[in-house]
Every structure is written in C-alpha cells, then in structure tokens.
Design a protein around this ligand. Structure first.
Ligand SMILES: C[S@@+](CC[C@H](N)C(=O)[O-])C[C@H]1O[C@@H](n2cnc3c(N)ncnc32)[C@H](O)[C@@H]1O
Length: 271
C-alpha cells in the first residue's frame, strides 16, 4: 500500500474501520492487520460483502434522491471512508450533470484524508476535511467546512455507516442533534445504521466487529429512529436498507436477505 506523508498518525499493526471496510469492498488500501479482521468477519458471515455492497448501493440511491429529486446541491459526508470507484461527488455529478454540486468529505482517519486529498487535488467543488463526529463542533465550526459550503442554503448531511461506531456513552443522539441544528432549514439528514434485529447471526457479526475494531453498537429500529430526534422522515421512513427507494426491478436473492436485514436507513428533512 502506498501511503504518502502520513507521519506517525498511521499504525499499520492496528486494524482500522476505513481500511477493513475497504478490504470488504474489494479495495487494496489496507494492511495485513485489516485483512485479518476482515477475514474473520467474512468467516463468521460469508455474505458480509453483499452487505457492504448494498450499503454503497443505498448511498447511491440517497445521493440521487437528494441531488436529483430534492434539489440539494451541497453535501456534507461525515465518515466518508476511503475513495472507491463510485464516490459521492461522482454520483452527484451523474445525478445532476448541469449543477455544480459541492461536496465536503469529513473523516477522522489520516489514510482516508490522504487518499481523498490526492484524488481531489484538482477539484474546485469537492474537498476533504479532518473532523471528528465525536466532537461535532470541530465540523460545524470548522472554518474550512464553513467556507466550502453556503450555510444559508439547504445541505444534505450524509451519515452512512458511521453512527454505529459511536457508543452510547458518546451520546450519538446529541452529536446528530448538534449537526442537524447547525444545518439551514430545508436541509436533509441521512443515516445508515447497523441494525440489532435480534438474529443470532447479527449478534455474531457484532461480536467479531467489536473484537476486531474495538467499538461497534448495533441498534434496534426504535433506537435508530430516536437518533433523528424530532426531524420528520421522508417516505418510506426508517426501513431495512433494501426497502429504501429500491431501484425498479430489484430482486433480492433469498440468500442475501439475512445480511440485508442487519442494516436500516432513513432520510429526514429539517423544516
Ligand atoms: C465503514 S466506513 C463508511 C464509509 C462510507 N460512508 C460508506 O458508507 O460507504 C466508516 C468511516 O467512518 C469514519 N469514522 C469513524 N468514526 C469517526 C468519527 N468519530 N469521526 C469521523 N469519521 C469517523 C471511519 O474512518 C471510516 O472512514
């Protein structure tokens, strides 16, 4: 793996969320320690890669909805992860070819930021910024984040695959309320979250993620719903990910239904 100028911030011997996810997606930006954890997760739940692909497909549908249907032209993607083939700014460009959609990627992982900055070096509309969701004001008050977006017009906040890495003691509801509170009226909040559906296979996945990554908290539908606070959800509400505005004609093989029932998603609009 080629990781330029990262100094002491990167410890290849410690598995890391973004790189484990990258490996599960078939990427090559990961180290042996990340692959070992991912391989244990795959051994416990062989369909897990279907789940991560479905997460990316959901993200595509949500971005298409926000940019193509709801008229949003600014996106704040917190926990953006390592650049993959189909990133949010690329999806947004396809959804609205004539609109210069501004995208700010925020992550607290130096590898993610290094790769994103290299990829986006020439972009005038897409930026990567260091920020920590555990301290939302580092994002909402960041002069860089503020300067890249127009805070007098609606923004789409993307929280895809990040909130389940916030434990209860991290007070994720308060963090989301602080982020949403800073957004202008007419903004949207999207959450994708791993779902505690009571299934033994889900418990096993949770145990392997906890052991390998040191933190994860699957939540029930009611717990995830509460994370939106009083923001009203747009149709179809909070649902299992494959039920969130599926592409027409989508057929889910029976063998995939188990893993796909381990994550939920919803989009809310701030009045
Ligand atoms: C599983 S990846 C999700 C990537 C992408 N959003 C997606 O859904 O395909 C989770 C990302 O959240 C980032 N992350 C985890 N905790 C974070 C925090 N407290 N603040 C900012 N980013 C965080 C990780 O570094 C990682 O890149």
């Amino acid at each position: 793996m080629d990781v330029p100028n990262l100094g002491a911030a990167v410890d290849p011997s410690r598995p890391n969320i973004a790189r484990v996810y990258d490996y599960l997606l078939g990427g090559k930006d990961n180290f042996a320690a990340d692959r070992a954890v991912a391989d244990q997760i795959i051994a416990a739940l062989p369909e897990v890669q279907v789940g991560v692909q479905a997460q990316r497909a959901l993200l595509r549908r949500v971005v298409r909805y926000l940019v193509g249907e709801a008229g949003i032209d600014q996106l704040l993607d917190i926990g953006s992860g390592l650049p993959t083939a189909d990133n949010v700014h690329q999806i947004a460009r396809r959804a609205a070819p004539d609109t210069p959609v501004r995208v700010v990627y925020v992550d607290n992982d130096p590898v993610v930021l290094s790769h994103a900055r290299a990829l986006l070096a020439d972009s005038a509309t897409t930026f990567a910024v260091d920020g920590d969701m555990l301290r939302p004001s580092t994002i909402t008050r960041s002069p860089t984040v503020r300067s890249h977006l127009d805070w007098s017009r609606p923004i789409g906040l993307l929280l895809c695959g990040i909130v389940h890495y916030l434990l209860d003691e991290d007070r994720p509801g308060e963090a989301i309320a602080e982020l949403a509170g800073a957004l202008p009226p007419g903004s949207y909040v999207f959450i994708h979250h791993l779902l505690d559906n009571g299934d033994p296979a889900m418990r096993e996945l949770q145990e392997h993620m906890q052991k390998g990554l040191g933190r994860v908290r699957f939540r029930t539908m009611a717990e995830v719903c509460a994370l939106f606070g009083d923001l009203p959800l747009v149709a179809p509400g909070l649902v299992e990910i494959s039920s969130w505005r599926p592409d027409p004609g989508t057929v889910i093989p029976a063998a995939h239904q188990g893993v796909l029932s381990m994550a939920c998603a919803g989009v809310a609009r701030k009045a």
